[in-house]
Design a protein around this ligand. Structure first.
Ligand SMILES: *[C@@H]1O[C@H](CO)[C@@H](O)[C@H](O)[C@H]1NC(C)=O
Ligand SMILES: *[C@@H]1O[C@H](CO)[C@@H](O)[C@H](O)[C@H]1NC(C)=O
Ligand SMILES: *[C@@H]1O[C@H](CO)[C@@H](O)[C@H](O)[C@H]1NC(C)=O
Ligand SMILES: *[C@@H]1O[C@H](CO)[C@@H](O)[C@H](O)[C@H]1NC(C)=O
Ligand SMILES: *[C@@H]1O[C@H](CO)[C@@H](O)[C@H](O)[C@H]1NC(C)=O
Ligand SMILES: *[C@@H]1O[C@H](CO)[C@@H](O)[C@H](O)[C@H]1NC(C)=O
Ligand SMILES: *[C@@H]1O[C@H](CO)[C@@H](O)[C@H](O)[C@H]1NC(C)=O
Length: 337
């Protein structure tokens, strides 16, 4: 079923970039009114400033717009009310950083500590900037598998994302139009964009490579690769091209995916409702285990996957696919719609 969802597709973009500007250089500026001031260095510095402010528990040092929009794990809150700004004790440089200098948006992801370095969490987020002031912050912190119903590994974030931040120098970069078309096809009912999979396309969910040992423990022990199936979850209101980074080939897309959290072996997993075959297999397994009567299981329960999927595309092929989900209750939508 993990197989099935990977088909669903979600993409995250990571970029690791050195901060070219000291954080102090990012100031509120009424005179800079145009997005032409939005360079990779500026966006990188702004993301660094956000992470520094989280650790310093001081959101109000940031260059926020007069009216900004912000969510933490799908619910709206003023930055000063967010749990993140209270709990995070350590945050390094982003392990993945995707920068869109045309629309002045960015996506970042990294492992962070909330005091216990032995059990780190994954922080990821998207920002939008106008006139060098932050107008949108969409933040997610996944602390364990239950937050999303998939693989989770804060430990692997850096090692999995580092190669994506360092693509081959001789790569053929995608156009903005190509990345937009890729993003649009992700949750579309139909698309004419034909996706070729790169030979080493890296598939991850919340930082980790996905090993699906199967419902009966007799599945694969090697990590799953990328797939681009015709039967994937559909969201006609998907937010397309949230961050388009032609330089590194990243594009970020959001879909709201209705589904069900099912028992899976001794844990649980989220299966989109569009994946009826996977859900039926799960129902059959539950019936079997119920009849045996020596197994304890979570009751299948409705949920909604709020997805920020990061794809990486260059050399005319898909190079990485990251399904990043945060679950809410059933029948939910997004505050960003
Ligand atoms: C971002 O850029 C694309 C063109 O590449 C454009 O179609 C889209 O409307 C822009 N989005 C925003 C929010 O400005
Ligand atoms: C880039 O260089 C590698 C190693 O020399 C080569 O295998 C690959 O085909 C090149 N890629 C492109 C797009 O030229
Ligand atoms: C795909 O191409 C066909 C034939 O050109 C066209 O009729 C259809 O509208 C296209 N679909 C999309 C989603 O662009
Ligand atoms: C795993 O076991 C189940 C139940 O015995 C069986 O139906 C299934 O075909 C097996 N799968 C593989 C890949 O061997
Ligand atoms: C589930 O079972 C596996 C062995 O099949 C075990 O390694 C794992 O710790 C168990 N997980 C939980 C949460 O009990
Ligand atoms: C449950 O019962 C079946 C059939 O007797 C047995 O094969 C299986 O090992 C048992 N499972 C557990 C977890 O006890
Ligand atoms: C609301 O969620 C429940 C549980 O997942 C589902 O059965 C029902 O179809 C959903 N209703 C709508 C209108 O989507």
């Amino acid at each position: 079923m993990r197989h099935m969802f990977m088909k669903a597709a979600a993409v995250l973009v990571l970029a690791v970039a050195g901060s070219a500007l000291p954080a102090g250089n990012v100031v509120r500026s009424e005179s800079c009114r145009s997005t032409s001031d939005c360079s990779r260095e500026f966006l990188t510095s702004l993301v660094t400033q956000i992470l520094d402010s989280v650790v310093a528990h001081d959101p109000y040092s940031l260059p926020l717009a007069t009216v900004y929009k912000a969510t933490e794990n799908s619910h709206p809150a003023a930055l000063g009310m967010m749990t993140l700004w209270r709990t995070v004790t350590k945050a390094g440089a982003p392990s993945l950083l995707a920068l869109d200098t045309t629309n002045c948006t960015a996506y970042f992801a990294l492992a962070i500590s909330e005091g216990n370095d032995a059990t780190e969490a994954v922080l990821r987020g998207r920002i939008a900037v106008v006139d060098q002031q932050i107008t949108e912050l969409e933040l997610f912190i996944n602390r364990n598998r239950g937050d999303h119903g998939f693989t989770f590994s804060a430990d692997e974030v850096l090692s999995n994302y580092e190669p994506l931040m360092n693509p081959p120098a001789n790569r053929t970069k995608p156009s903005r139009e190509t990345l937009w078309a890729l993003s649009q096809s992700l949750f579309a009912a139909e698309s004419n964009f034909s996706v070729t999979l790169g030979d080493d396309c890296l598939f991850t969910e919340s930082g980790g490579k996905v090993v699906d040992t199967g419902l009966y423990g007799n599945g694969s022990s090697t990590p799953l690769g990328c797939v681009w199936p015709d039967d994937h979850p559909i969201d006609v209101n998907a937010r397309v091209g949230l961050v388009i980074d032609e330089e590194l080939g990243f594009v970020v897309t959001s879909g709201i995916i209705p589904g069900t959290v099912y028992p899976y072996q001794n844990v649980s997993a989220f299966i989109p409702n569009d994946m009826t075959a996977a859900q039926e297999a799960q129902d059959a397994w539950i019936e079997e285990m119920t009849a045996l009567g020596n197994w304890t299981m979570l009751s299948p329960t409705g949920a909604t996957g709020d997805t920020l999927e990061v794809l990486q595309y260059y050399d005319n092929a898909l190079q990485a696919m990251q399904i990043n989900v945060y679950l809410s209750g059933p029948n939910m939508t997004s505050p960003w719609l």
